[in-house]
Design a protein around this ligand. Sequence first.
Ligand SMILES: Cc1cc2nc3c(=O)[nH]c(=O)nc-3n(C[C@H](O)[C@H](O)[C@H](O)COP(=O)(O)OP(=O)(O)OC[C@H]3O[C@@H](n4cnc5c(N)ncnc54)[C@H](O)[C@@H]3O)c2cc1C
Length: 255
Amino acid sequence: MRIAVCVKHAVDETELKIDSGGKPLLSGATSRMSTFDKNAVEEGLRLKAAHQGEVVIFTVGPSDSKKTMKEALAMGADKGVLVTADTTSIDTMRTASLLAAAIKKAGPFDVVLCSEGSSDTYSGQVPPMLGEMLGAAFTGYARKLEVNGQTARVERSLEDSLEVVEAPLPVVASVVSEINEPRYPTLIQIMQAGKKPLEELNGDQLQPAGAYRQASVVSMSAQQSARKHVMIEGSPDEAAAKLVEALIREGVLSK
Ligand SMILES: Cc1cc2nc3c(=O)[nH]c(=O)nc-3n(C[C@H](O)[C@H](O)[C@H](O)COP(=O)(O)OP(=O)(O)OC[C@H]3O[C@@H](n4cnc5c(N)ncnc54)[C@H](O)[C@@H]3O)c2cc1C
């Protein structure tokens, strides 16, 4: 079985600082593997263990994305394909189209895995676009994925319900974090990852820009929420009583 896993080199949101105007300070921000993409890699490795074959990592991003790709290779993936592009100036459609072009070039693949959304911009748009561009069935929010013969059976975690769907291969699936517990590579695996094949393709040569119309992000800022800063003083009993009164006044609690 050939398994493609799309892994994003995302801005590390836990380290991101915000300026006084609410704008993220992106220059110099550190990047790392998008959180849930570790689950996608893990699921690819589990499919490989069950069916044999190979796991290929695909990333669209700048050259320093290799750091993230090496982490996926250390986890156990066989090789990587990096499509170089400036992800701060391309939209989800261009990202998906570059991934689709690289996957077609290295294909065919039976299963293409993504995560439900990236940990920095979390649009959740790339995986379904990829399904469409590859002409494959798409199943989003997979919390369980099994392949029997030429059919994928996917348990989908929806907000209030679980849905079980079946789709013929090839299939594109986005996974949720409940699907598995990603493994930690050992030191030896980390050292060996540097020797695994990592192909680099130039995004503009792979697919000239302009194949799709492009949306541009014109501003990016944190949501502002007004706070009332109510200070409650007194002994614990008095403060608790005042807090309950205040919450009733605000309509948070009812009498
Ligand atoms: C600093 C910064 C500036 C940006 N500026 C712009 C801009 O000017 N214009 C604009 O349109 N967009 C901009 N973006 C958004 C950027 O282009 C998106 O990150 C990209 O289009 C993918 O969207 P997403 O991360 O929301 O993907 P999602 O759809 O949330 O990702 C879901 C899954 O798809 C896969 N995937 C997504 N992206 C990749 C990737 N690059 N490589 C491999 N797999 C991937 C992964 O499996 C991921 O878990 C900016 C982002 C950042 C961080």
